[in-house]
Write a protein that binds this ligand. Structure first.
Ligand code: GDP
Ligand code: IMO
Ligand code: MG
Length: 424
């Protein structure tokens, strides 16, 4: 079986969780390589809904091994509460979930700093998930982050906490004295989790490379989406990690040559949570219909998602920077009721039509989408599992997308459940 990377092609929440769950059946190991508890990956099995944040979605398959790579920033309290919930729901993870010793910790002060910074940004705030992701990645690249392995050197850990609080003194002085003391104690308390961490510890890069040598196949689970990538996304309205396929290499310690396929997950329309440019956003009743039919509320924060039409300009860009080999198209059923469906094929900017996406706010904020309109099918596609049974107009919509993106479709999702899927 091929080693596949599953990555989101829009602003996250494309349905990666469901796609990873299905493709896990064809892999031995599922490896998460970036982001943190800002992710929310939903999997629905029968009538049970699971939302995974840090743990790879592959964990729901009892016989598969899962790893969390060095590229992930880990909030240990969050991880253990997620594991507790899985245990309650009879999902066993002992001896089959491993955590990279080089992954960086999201510390309690990261969340506080993020809140203070978002407040300071005022109307320009990013609208983050509030999970401390940005400050944790910032400390990592500034070289004062604390890694999982550092929990096992008590003196070093304590020194690092002191040092970090000192570096952040300016911002943290906004807190009342008692909150600052509580924050320091809470940060030092993370040490107490090291016993629980021990059973999960691994040299993930070594494990994956040895597994590949033995012929095992890996499914690399991405988080967020290409347009949230810190280098290629709509900066500064993005996350703080590389969300693209290349992140699998740096986030796990594997070579690009072991990747056989890149599966780009595309929602049949577009959504975005948080602030930032969104050229095809529908602030009209149509956007409301998409939100209600698609149940577009954040899996992590519960915030309503902004909704709009499919945007081929940004998708072509996302496909290019990821080298997508196959499409997994999700939420086709959400478009069932529309009599006309729009697809953005260009941006009108200062009298010119742009067809290449550039992640510059000035351009994106001042562009009007140029739409191609396709007829809606106005038939129920929910739960269809055979391509032949799709309405002709739905097939035409899919065909148009695949042709424009010059990429074949591997699967089409027609509902939240595992079996509501068409495989091509
Ligand atoms: P992820 O972050 O990419 O894993 O996506 P989320 O889980 O945050 O959001 C996707 C949402 O769409 C979840 O609530 C899924 O259960 C749901 N979903 C996934 N595929 C489909 C589909 O084909 N049809 C419908 N109606 N819902 C879907
Ligand atoms: P999954 O993996 C959708 C967005 C936030 C915000 C920006 C920065 O479920 O697709 P951060 O907390 O990362 O600093 O927030 O990125 N964001 C996501 N949006 N899905 C996600 O993950 C997201 N992770 C972060 O809403 O706009
Ligand atoms: Mg999500």
């Amino acid at each position: 079986m091929p080693n596949r990377v599953v990555v989101g092609m829009q602003w996250g929440d494309e349905g990666k969780g469901k796609i990873v769950d299905i493709l896990t059946q064809e892999a031995d190991i599922v490896a998460r390589f970036s982001g943190g508890a800002n992710a929310g990956h939903t999997v629905v099995i029968d009538n049970q809904k699971f939302i995974l944040h840090l743990v790879p979605a592959g964990i729901l398959h009892q016989n598969k091994t899962c790893v969390i790579g060095n590229g992930v920033v880990v909030d240990l309290e969050h991880l253990f509460s997620e594991l507790k919930e899985l245990k309650k729901r009879k999902i066993k993870f002992e001896k089959r979930l491993f955590l990279s010793q080089n992954a960086h910790l999201v510390m309690p002060y990261h969340q506080v700093i993020e809140r203070l910074e978002e407040e300071a940004r005022g109307t320009h705030k990013i609208g983050t998930t509030g999970r401390g992701i940005g400050p944790a990645y910032r400390d990592k690249t500034a070289r004062h982050g604390i890694r999982i392995i550092d929990l096992f050197d008590t003196q070093l850990f304590k020194q690092r906490v002191e040092w970090n609080l000192k570096i952040k003194e300016g911002l943290l002085s906004l807190l009342p004295e008692h909150e600052l003391i509580a924050l320091k104690n809470k940060s030092l308390d993370i040490l107490k989790l090291k016993r629980k961490v021990k059973s999960l510890l691994a040299d993930v890069s070594l494990f994956l490379n040895q597994s590949i040598e033995k012929g095992k196949s890996i499914l690399f689970e991405g988080a967020q989406g290409a347009l949230l990538d810190v280098d290629f996304g709509t900066y500064p309205y993005c996350t703080s990690s590389n969300t693209t396929a290349g992140g699998a290499c740096s986030g796990l310690g594997i070579s690009p040559v072991v990747i056989d396929e890149v599966i780009g997950v595309v929602k049949a329309y577009t959504t975005r949570v948080g602030n930032g440019p969104f050229p095809t956003e529908e602030k009209t009743k149509l956007g409301e219909i998409l939100k209600e039919s698609g149940n577009e509320f954040g899996s992590t924060t519960g915030r309503p998602r902004r909704c709009g039409w499919l945007d081929l300009v940004s998708l072509k860009y996302s496909f290019r920077i990821n080298g997508v080999s196959k499409i997994a198209l999700t939420k086709l059923d959400v478009l069932d009721s529309f009599d006309k469906i729009r697809i953005c094929v260009g941006y009108k900017y200062r009298g010119k039509t742009l067809t290449e996406f550039v992640p510059h706010l000035r351009i994106l904020d001042n562009s009007q989408p140029v739409y191609k309109e396709l007829p809606g099918w106005q038939k129920n596609t929910g739960g269809i599992t055979n391509f032949k049974n799709l309405p002709d107009k739905a097939k035409r919509y899919l065909d148009f997308i695949a042709k424009q993106l010059k990429t074949p479709i591997l699967m089409i999702s027609t509902g939240v459940k595992r079996d509501q899927t068409i495989r091509l």
